[in-house]
Design a protein around this ligand. Structure first.
Ligand code: SF4
Ligand code: SF4
Length: 86
């Protein structure tokens, strides 16, 4: 499983606040040292760094999806996750 934020995002920040792995970044924000690359993934809406996201491992729900008011966070296929690796 890998997660992606789509264009329905209204940049409310709720998901980033709730993410226990600090894997969600503001648009235009550079990724931190835990990520492999520093360039932002999106300049328009919040984004998830899949190398950092642990899919809320050990928790009883996926926190970012649970709090998103726009249903903008979608599960993408493992194939997409592999192709995103650089
Ligand atoms: S699934 Fe969990 S760890 Fe991954 S981005 Fe969402 S809240 Fe963060
Ligand atoms: S909670 Fe949803 S609408 Fe708000 S910033 Fe995250 S993805 Fe965007």
């Amino acid at each position: 499983m890998a997660l992606m934020i789509n264009d329905d995002c209204i940049n409310c920040e709720a998901c980033a606040v709730e993410c226990p792995a600090e894997a969600i970044y503001e648009p235009d924000e550079n990724r931190n040292a835990k990520a492999k690359h520093s360039a932002p993934i999106s300049n328009e809406h919040f984004y998830i760094v899949i190398e950092i996201c642990d899919e809320c491992s050990g928790l009883n729900k996926v926190k970012c999806i649970a709090v998103c008011p726009m249903d903008a966070i979608k599960v993408i296929s493992p194939v997409n996750k592999l192709t995103k690796k650089r």
